[in-house]
Design a protein around this ligand. Structure first.
Ligand SMILES: NC(=O)c1ccc[n+]([C@@H]2O[C@H](COP(=O)([O-])OP(=O)(O)OC[C@H]3O[C@@H](n4cnc5c(N)ncnc54)[C@H](O)[C@@H]3O)[C@@H](O)[C@H]2O)c1
Length: 339
């Protein structure tokens, strides 16, 4: 039986990844180490609660004792745990981003080095580490890192820790760098779930920068299948970019129109917000030749993915309303207490 430690598995991508891993690999035991910050929700994996192959451990990746107790005989570690919201990193507590995204990654690697030096470690990274990418460039994995926000800078730090452990301790470490994800279970502070749920309730959609910014939106299942492929077939010490390579590229204004079409709501809901938000780049894009050479390609087209996502949020009002109303936080603080 393969033992896999997934960190941050109660968040958006981690929970989708655990569901995929659980269904694709019958002979796998999954431990999900998650601190349950505001972004972590055990309900994201309610369907696996009764599985004998899945266990949630509430704990912090920065806590050496907890991490050491879990990495003894693991085969794979997949590190999703992170502070992830750019606006939080520019407006408050950037220190937490550095503590979790850099120091937490170090604790995982150092504990693994001592307990299971042969285990495979995948650091789940972001394309935001390449910074603002002028059109028509598509940085490959060797491109210079130019992160613009404390969030992306901390993720770059995590990537560097991972690659340094591969070199200094000869560990089996890989890094992925994916473009912006969307899909089920994404916390409604992020663009798609915020706009979708606001549109349902006829609330304004705050569109920044004239809607001109470009992200290479990828449906979360496609990201998860790329991660599984990297774990199965990736090469130690390598970095793999992952992205949809939308052609033509889709600015946020056009994405907003797709959301309005899929929700059946009028363009009058759009509320243009003046000025640039600090740390937000104009365009992200990556070359994905390397992951495609491993046999991966995205399977969900953007318009179809937006419709699927809208349908999921329409069905799961129970999930996002609890978060937006704050009832969810209250419940979990009462239930699990503060860390
Ligand atoms: N969302 C995207 O578009 C995107 C794109 C590329 C890469 N990534 C990366 O993928 C990973 C997951 O992103 P997401 O959007 O699912 O994030 P998320 O914010 O939805 O989830 C983060 C999870 O990590 C947990 N966590 C935070 N700090 C922790 C700590 N110290 N110890 C243990 N658990 C902790 C949270 O409780 C939460 O469950 C992150 O590393 C992020 O940088 C995200």
């Amino acid at each position: 039986m393969r033992k896999v430690l997934v960190t941050g598995g109660c968040g958006f991508i981690g929970s989708n990844f655990i569901r995929l891993l659980h269904s694709e690999e019958a002979d796998v035991e999954i431990i999900n180490l998650d601190m349950l910050t505001y972004a972590g929700n055990p309900k994201n994996l309610a369907d696996l609660e009764d599985s004998s192959r899945y266990k949630l451990v509430r704990g912090d990746i920065r806590d050496t004792n907890v991490v050491e107790s879990l990495v003894g005989d693991v085969d794979w570690v997949v590190n999703f745990a992170a502070e992830t919201h750019v606006d939080r990193s520019t407006s408050e507590k950037a220190g937490e981003f550095i503590e979790t995204n850099v120091y937490g990654t170090y604790v995982l690697l150092d504990s693994l080095r001592r307990a299971s030096p042969k285990a495979r470690f995948l650091q789940v990274g972001t394309d935001e580490v390449y910074g603002d990418v002028p059109y028509p460039e598509f940085p490959d994995e060797t491109a210079r890192l130019e992160p613009s926000s404390p969030y992306s800078a901390s993720k770059a730090g995590g990537d560097m820790q991972a690659l340094a452990f591969q070199r200094t301790a000869d560990m089996d470490v890989m890094v992925s760098r994916c473009t912006n994800n969307y899909g089920p279970y994404q916390y409604p502070e992020k663009l798609l779930p915020l706009f979708i749920t606001n549109a349902f309730d006829d609330e304004p959609l705050p569109l920044y920068d004239g809607g001109t910014q470009i992200r290479d939106w990828l449906f979360v299942d496609d990201h998860c299948s790329a991660l599984l492929l990297i774990l199965r077939e990736g090469k130690s010490g390598e970095i793999y970019n992952v992205g949809a390579n939308q052609d033509p590229e889709v600015p946020n204004g056009e994405l907003t129109q797709m959301i309005l079409r899929a929700t059946g709501k009028p363009a009058s809901l759009i509320r243009p917000v003046e000025g640039l938000r600090p740390g937000h780049d104009q365009r992200y894009a990556v070359s994905t030749e390397k992951i495609r050479a491993l046999g991966w390609s995205p399977s969900v087209d953007l318009e179809e993915g937006v419709e699927k996502t809208v349908a999921w949020y329409r069905d799961r009002r129970d999930w996002w309303e609890a978060i937006k109303s704050g009832a969810y936080r209250e419940y979990y603080q009462k239930h699990y207490g503060k860390l």
